[in-house]
Design a protein around this ligand. Structure first.
Ligand SMILES: [Zn+2]
Length: 426
């Protein structure tokens, strides 16, 4: 692939700070039952259906994330196996005592990495609202603190060493449901967490490599999916951003570099937009948003038609004075439009089209395009975003877009997607 050379970043100058969280599956039986930690390929014996309801806390407050998930009204299905998954995974039976062999692995990792082991280990709960845990929370134990690794750029502190349970595995996901398989739920995980301690992506890569070698010397599972890493990056241009689920430690420096580039590019776009026109009022965006389903009732666009046929609606909104911006590259292979698409993807919306793309690529005819331009009363220099979705998630989708556009594209609130669309080095 041909790519124009990108300018190197001065990590000190941009205020770079990176952190990592490593989740490594341990090679023992499950953490709170005696089931074998086998990834099962055959057809499940039974499926259990559950729904999430947001419940007020002891203080009478609702978790906004739980409310958001409940609002999506998704159904969760759990696939299980009569002999190989027990009632603990289904949350129909209390957890058994903590697997001592698994605990030993976390103790070994803590000691090998110079951490201080705590006096008493408590099982704590982390709320999980995406359905990936049947209990609605993940159990986790703090085992060690303040480990230390030496690097060529100075010593690095490893803040936490934890023992926790892995989540259920996603088999199929749709805007209305998620199918999970319970084979992975409850596999013990060694979690190693650093704070924002890395001063460069290269330093993070060095530490990840050293940790990898030590971890592989312990009783851990091997192969695809047995290790997952979350990477976080902050710079002076944005808030701390987390990228979840990185499989290979060699990707970490590149992911950090791209995320730093993305934050810088978004900040620069924000500055440019503010100079072009001052703040865009949310009220203006609201009054100019249109439901344009009628324009596409007999459209050749498969992505729009398939949603319309299932009762969906097509919504369009103008993005004033932003023509050309959606196509702007933030980091190699990632454009500003990808940001909008990612935000809607968190709501399960996939059919997102913007004005810097060729409408015919999506089967939108020139006459449909002209009718849309009219309906939105687009001026020279205006861009638009068009998406099709179920009617009930439209308010949530618009809320995200309005916030982002009126805030002049700040790099906030991004989670859970690799900014890397390129292969790793080496
Ligand atoms: Zn079990």
């Amino acid at each position: 692939m041909n790519r124009t050379a990108v300018e190197p970043l001065d990590y000190h100058e941009i205020g770079f700070l990176g952190g990592i969280e490593i989740h490594q599956q341990i090679g023992t039986r499950k953490l709170f039952c005696e089931c074998e930690p086998k990834i099962l390929k055959d057809h499940p014996d039974e499926t259990t259906e559950r729904r999430l309801h947001a419940v007020a806390s002891e203080l009478g407050e609702y978790d906004p994330a739980a409310l958001h998930e409940a609002h999506r009204r998704r159904t969760f299905y759990y696939e299980s196996y009569i002999d190989r998954v027990c009632l603990v995974e289904l949350d129909e039976e209390p957890p058994h005592p903590v697997n001592q062999e698994a605990l030993e692995v976390v103790l070994q990792a803590s000691l090998l990495l110079n951490a201080r082991v705590v006096d008493e280990i408590q099982v704590m709960r982390k709320t999980v609202i995406d359905g990936s845990n049947t209990a609605g929370f993940q159990r986790t134990m703090l085992v060690g603190t303040d480990g230390l690794v030496e690097t060529s750029e100075g010593d690095v502190i490893l803040h936490y060493f934890c023992l926790e349970e892995d989540a259920a595995r996603i088999m199929e996901v749709d805007e209305r449901f998620v199918h999970y398989r319970l084979d992975r739920l409850g596999i013990p995980l060694l979690e190693i967490v650093t704070g924002p301690v890395f001063i460069s992506p290269a330093q993070a890569g060095e530490v990840a490599g050293k940790l990898g070698r030590i971890i592989r010397s312990l009783n851990v599972r091997r192969g695809i999916g047995s290790i997952r890493q979350d990477v976080n990056v902050s710079t002076k241009y944005g808030t701390r951003i987390e990228v979840k689920g990185v499989q290979r430690h060699r990707m970490i420096p590149l992911i950090m570099e791209n995320e730093a580039r993305r934050q810088k590019a978004l900040w620069e776009i924000g500055q440019e937009l503010s100079a072009l026109s001052p703040r865009i009022e949310r009220a203006e965006l609201e009054t100019r948003t249109r439901t344009v389903t009628d324009l596409f009732l007999s459209s050749a666009s498969r992505v729009l038609r398939s949603l319309i046929d299932r009762g969906g609606v097509v919504v369009a909104l103008p993005v004033p004075a932003m023509r050309g911006f959606p196509a702007r590259e933030l980091s190699p292979g990632m454009r500003l439009a990808t940001e909008f698409k990612d935000q809607l993807l968190t709501l399960g919306i996939r059919g997102v089209i913007h004005s810097d793309e060729d409408p015919e690529r999506y089967g939108i005819s020139p006459s449909e395009h002209a009718a849309l331009t009219d309906a939105l009363d687009l001026q020279d220099g205006d861009a638009f975003i068009l998406f099709a979705s179920r009617p009930e998630v439209v308010p949530l989708a618009l809320d995200k877009l309005y916030a982002r556009i009126s805030a002049r594209i700040s790099p906030r609130e991004r989670r859970g997607r690799h900014p890397v669309h390129a292969s790793p080095p080496g």
